[in-house]
Design a protein around this ligand. Structure first.
Ligand SMILES: [Zn+2]
Length: 352
């Protein structure tokens, strides 16, 4: 009898831990402006509305540093936690976004590539402006030296030469940020969200945390070298589509057969096999989306393991499989996204 009660309590405790599974939603912005390209912008009015929504609905906006610490150490994260990040250090951040964020005392992070700042390109912040934000509490982090497609090898470059070039790129960027802001947090946002196992290994070697552009909440199941972020811009800037993402949860992925995003020739319809902790979800409610091909139901191979595969070849460039399923006990969907990157048929990369 006592044994049964103890067992029962253990089960309750175990479920309790799962109900409180750590989750944080990291948002990725570029411009906050009426006059910049729509594909990478939200308007100041939209940004104001989004920040006000977070206030009105009791979200906690935490710093990226606190979020990463909690994910690394698996310590508690408050429900409904959000992190705000900006890529590329555009001028509209200091002009339009920072005052709105300051009015709510919301922390934020800017991922910077030094080369365009040094070149003084139009529309970019200057080092003085970046320093000002850092002094006001912003986190300044690494976005590569010149916003290169880092996964691509140069003509005739060996894999060792590639490794040294990319390693040097990341480390010299970090040194440049330290020089100008006094910060070296070792957070790296992959340019274009592109990563490979080889690039992740360089981050691991130097103790960096990596951030992608595949969607989803981050948490205890996330890879620390490929943390997901929700891009917010254009069609994805409407509050109606964002509120679901704000409340999303990290899919409890225990195992997956492929995590390397780059697809090699003749394997352009990757068959992804994923094992989940299904204790807080109904497997039959899981739905997947193949980018460019629409919704697709997964095939359940075992009670906790499904496979999903595109019907047609994934298009050249970047694409994704997304899968979502509602939580049994919390308001919100578990969210999973796997990025794919494939070259064109001639082996070359699409122009960007
Ligand atoms: Zn960027």
């Amino acid at each position: 009898m006592v044994k049964k009660i103890v067992l029962g309590l253990m089960v309750i405790c175990f479920s309790f831990i799962h109900l409180n599974a750590n989750a944080v939603v990291i948002l990725q912005y570029h411009h906050v402006s009426d006059s910049t390209p729509k594909s990478t912008s939200v308007t100041p009015a939209q940004f104001t509305e989004q920040m006000q929504y977070l206030v009105d609905n009791n979200f906690t906006v935490m710093s990226l540093t606190d979020a990463v610490d909690a994910i690394k150490n698996n310590t508690a994260i408050a429900n409904n936690s959000i992190v705000i990040t900006f890529d590329d250090a555009y001028e509209s951040i200091i002009e339009n976004a920072a005052p709105i964020l300051a009015s709510h005392h919301f922390p934020f992070t800017v991922f910077v590539s030094p080369a365009p700042i040094i070149a003084g390109y139009d529309g970019m912040m200057s080092w003085d402006e970046i320093k000002t934000l850092a002094k006001q509490g912003a986190t300044v982090a690494n976005h590569s030296w010149g916003h290169e497609h880092l996964i691509r090898r140069l003509p005739k470059e060996t894999s060792e030469q590639w490794h040294d070039r990319v390693e040097n790129n990341i480390l010299s960027t970090e040194a440049e940020l330290l020089k100008h802001t006094g910060q070296s947090v070792k957070f790296f946002a992959y340019p274009y969200g592109e990563y490979t196992a080889a690039l992740e290994a360089i981050l691991v070697k130097h103790g960096f945390v990596g951030f992608g552009q595949q969607s989803g909440a981050a948490g205890e199941y996330s890879s620390i070298t490929a943390l997901p972020r929700f891009p917010v811009a254009n069609a994805y800037a409407d509050l109606s589509s964002l509120t679901v993402k704000f409340s999303s949860l990290p899919m409890p992925v225990l195992k997956q057969n492929i995590s390397e995003p780059v697809l090699t020739s003749d394997k352009f319809r990757p068959k992804l096999v994923v094992t989940l902790d299904t204790s807080d979800l109904y497997p039959h409610q899981l739905m997947c989306f193949i980018q460019g091909q629409g919704a697709k139901k997964p095939i359940w191979l075992e009670e906790d393991t499904f496979s999903i595969q595109a019907t047609a070849d994934m298009a050249p460039g970047r694409s994704r499989y997304n899968c979502t399923v509602p939580s049994k006990t919390r308001t919100g969907y578990y969210w999973f996204s796997q990025m794919w990157i494939r070259p064109k048929d001639d082996g070359k990369w699409p122009q960007e």
